[in-house]
Design a protein around this ligand. Structure first.
Ligand SMILES: [Zn+2]
Length: 345
């Protein structure tokens, strides 16, 4: 038995007020993540439009109090790591700086301040900004692994870009976490990949890439050695998955991280083209060999259902833990594929 992508179409019937109350069938798709089994819905929204978001007021408001990440404030207002962990107190790569998170989420919890600039618009997100910042995150994770291999077994590097993503500061930053146990989703992915390897003798991620390349309708393309897919069972709008050949932290290198950055930049260009003003990204890394596990990244768009004060999260995501979206991954792929068609990034 190999990889199977399961999808169920439910048919709801209503009397349509737009057609003199004639009966109308509307399809809702329930898609099942091949790794975790989690169900996602693709829902039909008749008039779905993304607003053109103006961040100028949010940026202005964010400067009413001193920003701890801006310029000289960084040295005065952000904490330092203990000297026996990181001797210099903070880490730097290019214009990015790694500092401890004042509100830790795990045993090792850092913030990568991506640049000294307070606001970086979507148009200004550059290759160097992303590459240095994720490079800094990996450098921090390497320090965690060297100090406490078991205590930093599961690692993630995460990006909330602008307020709809759940970020608390406008100033561009990543959150980097490492701990002895994985988060819920990381745990299910790790267990799923191990179980797939046990049951089939095959590598889940290699099978998925092969399947999606053959199908073609969700395969976005390759940036160097990194494969990009519109995720079959999306957890949010424009959900994409990047699969790296690395299985764990010590297999990551600068070249692979540059390949990953190239794809992130392609996605940012796509987001600009379709009015996506905010997004989340998460890179999942293990510090130990887990059968079938790979380093991978998920990147999703965030938007307000009602502009400007709405959210795209409802009872379904927050209480039911049932993700839903309005654009099918095949539709997302048809729009985003062209941003992956060039060989140079
Ligand atoms: Zn700032």
């Amino acid at each position: 038995m190999g990889l199977k992508l399961n999808l169920v179409r439910e048919e709801a019937v209503l009397l349509d007020p737009g057609s003199n109350f004639a009966p109308k069938k509307i399809i809702v798709e329930k898609r099942f993540d091949p790794l975790t089994g989690d169900m996602s819905r693709v829902v039909s929204f008749k008039k779905f439009q993304l607003p053109i978001v103006d961040w100028s007021q949010a940026v202005q408001r964010s400067l009413q109090n001193p920003c701890p990440f801006c310029g000289e404030n960084l040295n005065q207002m952000t904490p330092q790591f203990p000297k026996d962990f990181i001797e210099e107190g903070r880490l730097g790569v290019g214009r990015a700086t790694v500092v401890p998170n004042l509100s830790p989420y795990d045993r090792y919890s850092a913030v990568v301040v991506m640049a000294p600039d307070h606001y970086v618009s979507l148009e200004e997100i550059s290759f160097d900004l992303v590459n240095d910042s994720f490079g800094a995150a990996v450098l921090f994770l390497q320090k965690c692994a060297a100090k406490d291999a078991a205590g930093a077994a599961y690692m993630t590097a995460n990006w909330n870009y602008m307020p709809y993503s759940g970020g608390t500061l406008v100033h561009p930053h990543l959150q980097v976490l490492a701990g002895p146990s994985p988060g819920n989703y990381h745990r299910r992915c790790t267990a799923g990949a191990a179980s797939f390897a046990r049951q089939t003798g095959k590598d889940f991620w290699a099978e998925l890439i092969h399947y999606e390349k053959t199908e073609g309708v969700r395969y976005l393309g390759q940036t160097g050695e990194v494969h990009w897919l519109a995720t079959f069972a999306p957890r949010a709008l424009c959900d994409v998955t990047a699969v790296l050949p690395a299985r764990k932290l010590d297999e990551l290198n600068g070249e692979l991280m540059s390949d990953l950055t190239g794809g992130i930049i392609n996605m940012v260009l796509f987001f600009q083209a379709v009015n996506i003003a905010s997004f989340n990204a998460a890179l999942f890394v293990s510090n130990q060999a887990v059968p079938g596990a790979r380093v991978f990244l998920r990147m999703v768009a965030r938007f307000p259902l009602i502009y400007p004060a709405g959210s795209d999260m409802s009872y379904l995501q927050v209480i039911h833990a049932d993700p839903w979206t309005v654009w099918s991954p095949e539709y997302v792929c048809s729009m985003a594929q062209k941003f992956f068609s060039h060989s140079n990034y």
